[in-house]
Design a protein around this ligand. Structure first.
Ligand code: ZN
Ligand code: ZN
Length: 118
């Protein structure tokens, strides 16, 4: 079971949702070795991390760029600190958006709009 939170801009009502456990994955080592693929292409996402059949090795955490509005995943193993699109360092974990100024209107701030459970 995963828990999510929804944020909504107080001015333009732009909506962003985030899941607290992100996108956990493990690496398919057999595939990586046999096919000679790079590690990043052998990720297998685990949708029920609390019942692991395989050890979870990392997590792709959703982030939002406050400069260009690009939404992308940051691999917890790679320590990325810049936007994959515009290379700004103004990136925020989508789960930490509460109180941040909205990128799209620059007037409102994001407020928690409720919780989701899947
Ligand atoms: Zn806004
Ligand atoms: Zn950006």
């Amino acid at each position: 079971m995963a828990q999510g939170v929804e944020f909504i801009c107080s001015f333009c009502e732009r909506y962003v949702a985030a899941w607290d456990d992100g996108n956990p994955y493990y690496i398919d080592l057999v595939r990586m070795v046999l096919k000679g693929l790079p590690r990043s292409r052998c990720k297998v996402y685990v949708y029920h991390p609390h019942e692991p059949r395989f050890p979870v090795e990392g997590n792709d955490v959703p982030h939002l760029c406050m400069d260009c509005g690009h939404e992308f995943n940051v691999d917890s193993e790679l320590n990325r600190t810049t936007c994959t699109k515009c290379r700004s360092s103004e990136i925020v974990d989508c789960f930490q958006l509460n109180g941040r100024t909205c990128h799209w209107c620059q007037k409102g701030v994001f407020k928690s709009a409720g919780f989701m459970i899947s």
